[in-house]
Design a protein around this ligand. Structure first.
Ligand SMILES: [Zn+2]
Length: 167
């Protein structure tokens, strides 16, 4: 599986985490989120979103860093959040066993575009081939694991049809 280009923390200008702890791959879960914020369709606007989200998580929520493992833009790029080797802050009780992959935008009434969907499929294949995700990994939506609408009903109805999905 070809791994997608991942826009690194250095490339989007991430702040330094205040703290971090490692996780042991391979992980069992891939957990899909949305940011419920603005969507972005260009590298520049997605980088702007990444910075907003990191600032919000660090300054308003008081977390060590941006909460998600990876983020996906409708520009078709994957953006590095905490990455493969660091525990996230995305899904209560699942941060040490799952990667949180969040789509930038609000997907209550519309699903992400084709470019964003292709990006996550490549990322998931890549994660298995590199040993970050178990070959029998389980894909879930955030709402399967907590009281939230995340990742939005339109998007959730779509991921329910994906082969590794299990509520
Ligand atoms: Zn979520």
């Amino acid at each position: 599986a070809a791994c997608p280009t991942i826009i690194s923390r250095a490339q989007w200008g991430a702040r330094i985490p205040r703290c971090q702890s490692g996780v042991a791959a391979p992980m069992k879960y891939a957990i899909i989120h949305h940011t419920a914020w603005q969507c972005c369709t260009t590298l520049e606007s997605c980088i702007q979103q990444m910075k907003h989200i990191q600032n919000y998580h660090m300054d308003n929520k008081g977390w060590c860093d941006i909460g998600y493992s990876f983020l996906i833009g409708e520009d078709g790029n994957v953006y590095e959040g905490r990455g493969w080797n660091t525990e996230g802050a995305h899904t209560s009780n699942y941060n040490t066993t799952g990667y949180g992959i969040s789509f930038m935008g609000n997907f209550t009434n519309v699903a992400p575009n084709a470019a964003a969907l292709a990006a996550v499929k490549n990322l998931l294949c890549c994660a298995v081939s590199k040993g970050y995700l178990r070959p029998d990994y389980v894909l879930k939506g955030h709402r399967d694991l907590g009281t939230t609408e995340c990742p939005g009903s339109s998007f959730y109805n779509l991921i329910k049809k994906w082969p590794r999905f299990h509520a």
